[in-house]
Each structure stands twice: as structure tokens, then as C-alpha cells.
Design a protein. Structure first.
Length: 55
């Protein structure tokens, strides 16, 4: 099982999309916060969002 954990994307959708594209074999993606993006954006990409800085 591969889990990718990231944080601090600071509103940059491209960074998150790259993380996903560089890890096509990941079973889960988890955002620890400071993405500064709407929670819906992360959920649409099947990213688990830990409660934190989400508008």
C-alpha cells in the first residue's frame, strides 16, 4: 500500500495535480492542511483532507 501525504500547497492546484500524476500507484492521498483550496477541490480528486486550513 502506498500513501502520499502532503501539505502547504498554498493555493497552487498545479502542485497537487503533479503530486497525483507523479504517484499513479498510490492508494491514498492525504492533505495535512494549508492547501488554501476549497475542500471540494480536494474531495473531487479523492484526497483525504485532515481538518485544518480549508475555506
Amino acid at each position: 500500500m502506498k500513501v502520499v501525504v502532503f501539505s502547504d500547497a498554498h493555493g497552487c492546484k498545479i502542485i497537487i495535480e503533479r503530486i497525483i500524476s507523479f504517484n499513479p500507484d498510490a492508494n491514498y492521498f492525504i492533505s495535512l492542511g494549508d492547501s488554501e483550496l476549497p475542500l471540494d477541490f480536494l474531495m473531487d480528486l479523492d484526497i483525504i483532507a485532515i481538518k485544518g486550513n480549508y475555506p
